[in-house]
Write a protein that binds this ligand. Structure first.
Ligand code: PLP
Length: 281
């Protein structure tokens, strides 16, 4: 069952008018929230980021946090899997096609759930391949906008090259992945790019840095040069659905010794333990 504008229904029955500004302009924002054992993970943080994205596109939040929580819980309850990936989407609604904001139009609100497919153990054991590409997106990558054409094209470049993700470089520095945040390890120090308008402030990114703080893992938040990425000891990818993954090949060359490294192993373990604690709590 999905939620659309006040109603729950099977996805096959859900209909959006063709003049929805999400369809016409990509005029909307979204969130992806992982659910473990039927509990949304880091819900408050996801709702805060949703508010940031809505503020960024000057769209009023259609719901209070309590309302969102209740709608999301209902979608989770309607779906059979204990672990789910919630997709929440708000557009500026349906109006005659005109770039200017329409007046008096209700936003479109859509929530669906898919099974949460975290990376299998075998993939974590070998690590994934990535390629690099020029970050040709706009300058508000901190907004989780539904207009994802550059991200789609950049991710497909990776798939066409037999890789999983594209690591993005802008003016000699690494920003993030096409649909993930990227960390680099050098000299046993975890390096994270600073949160700014050039990347999405990842919820998983924050969890990783909190874990680094809590367990005295040395880390630095600073700009990471292309050279530092290409000569990294380890590269790690994070996202809500992929959690933490090692990137062991970059542009066809091994990263470090080409195997998942000690930093990945430690953070992966800490992340799994943290999840269990949150779920029990
Ligand atoms: N950066 C981009 C462009 C993304 O699309 C995503 C998530 O899909 C992330 C980073 C990771 O963010 P989060 O950890 O909140 O899923």
């Amino acid at each position: 069952m999905i939620y659309l504008n006040g109603n729950f229904m099977p996805i096959e029955e859900a209909r959006i008018p063709v003049l929805d500004r999400g369809f016409i302009f990509g005029d909307g924002v979204y969130e992806v929230i992982p659910v473990y054992s039927r509990k949304p993970f880091r819900l408050i943080e996801h709702l805060q980021r949703l508010q940031h994205s809505l503020d960024g596109i000057r769209l009023q939040n259609p719901h209070s946090d309590d309302e969102w929580r209740s709608l999301l819980e209902q979608v989770v309850a309607e779906n059979e899997n204990d672990d789910q990936s919630l997709y929440l989407h708000v557009t500026r609604g349906v109006a005659k096609r005109d770039h200017a904001f329409p007046k008096g139009v209700a936003p479109t609100v859509f929530i669906m759930s898919n099974p949460l497919l975290t990376p299998p153990r075998e993939l974590l054991a070998t690590g994934a391949a990535a390629i690099t590409a020029n970050d040709n997106r706009w300058l508000r990558c901190d907004i989780k906008a539904i207009s994802l054409l550059p991200n789609v094209l950049l991710r497909q470049m990776a798939i066409d090259a037999g890789a999983m993700e594209t690591v993005l470089l802008r003016e000699g520095f690494m920003t993030e992945g096409a649909a993930s945040n990227i960390f680099v390890v050098r000299n046993d120090i975890l390096l994270a790019p600073p949160k700014n308008h050039l990347m999405l402030p990842g919820i998983t990114y924050d969890v990783v840095l909190e874990l680094a703080d809590a367990y005295q893992i040395p880390y630095e938040v600073r700009e990471i040069s292309e050279y530092e990425v290409r000569t990294a000891q380890e590269i790690l990818l994070t996202s809500s659905t992929k959690e933490i993954m090692p990137i062991t090949r970059l542009d066809g060359k091994p990263v470090g010794d080409g195997k998942p490294g000690a930093m990945f192993e430690q953070l992966y373990r800490l992340y799994q333990d943290y999840k269990l604690t949150v779920m029990r709590g």
